[in-house]
Design a protein around this ligand. Sequence first.
Ligand code: 3PG
Ligand code: MG
Length: 397
Amino acid sequence: MTAFHTLDDLDVAGKRVLVRVDFNVPMEGARVTDTTRLDRAVPTVRELIDRNAKVILMSHFGRPKGARVPEMSLRPVAEAFEGVLGRPVAFVDDAVGDNAEAAVEALSAGDVLLLENTRFYPGEEKNDAEFSKQLAALGDLYVNDAFSAAHRAHGSTEGVAQILPSAAGRSMQRELDYLALALAAPERPVMAVVGGAKVSTKLDVLEHLTAKADKLVVGGGMANTFLLALGAEIGKSLAEADLVPTAKAILEKAKAEGCELLLPKDVVVAKEFAPNPETRVCAPDDVAADEMILDVGPDSVDHYAEELESCKTLLWNGPLGAFETPPFQTATVELAKFAAKLTLEEKLTSIAGGGDTVAAVNMAGVADDFTYVSTAGGAFLEYMEGKALPGVEALKK
Ligand code: 3PG
Ligand code: MG
């Protein structure tokens, strides 16, 4: 039994089903460059078609801030989704009002329609009751399949759910089930890997994970702030000196919680941050004044891999090094490959998420071998912080 309603709880035949998807996809001109989010909408849309619903899709795209910005129209995305779905997808230039209502009126059971960008209307981000009412007028039922937008309390993610009978779509359901496997009821021991440039953006995540994980690997630029806190001299490395007291507090909290916090034993340094510069590996307290740390070293990766071997669950957010610039993807790629191997051997449940993390796991070529890779950025982080997501709360029984 899930804590939230799903498609199983809705009688959709012949009904107008308003489905919130996340079609906020990367584009170059009118071309969608990564269809992952379109692919993830397919199971729900297919099921609704098969169950003879009239499917009305809505999404935001970009941040037009309540204005009609032509480059942020969802029209080209409707065409791209048609290709992915293999069925016609109608499009209407409005998300509410007479035109939208007429387009919905024209639907037969099994048809699919995409509404224009909900963020063209100021009421969307304000979660304005009148706007939500106008959206709700287009449907009999509401399905939210956009986990990656669920941290926003907007009309299309939260407001409508207060008006229409609501449920999670299949993609949202999968996401919540897998995140529960990693955080709510994980098989222990749990290793969390948190990387990325700055401690400041991940403070709440780190705090929350010290209470949830048995081992916490801190990598990326943010590890440098912890190394500073431990008294290492880290040369020109990126770090947030003002957060040293915070890093110390997190180290203390981890100790109190019985969470083993793992910092790099060795690091890869260079004098410049550019592709393929001269590098060397050294201990974290052996960085020269004109050098900077750009990746975790090979001994550390071996150490993390060894620790991971005794874990049952991995939750990963953020790269270990400056992975977009070669060769500083090395540690991230190696650990990702090792996690994928353990997963394939059925020794590990591996869950990864967050913007850069997906790119990093893709770079390692192992996205399909992880148990689950979330396409969510901000929503994944807020979930890892232990925060309630308004779009998810609204679906609870
Ligand atoms: C995302 O791409 O992270 C989601 O679609 C949310 O978009 P937003 O950050 O503009 O709300
Ligand atoms: Mg975002």
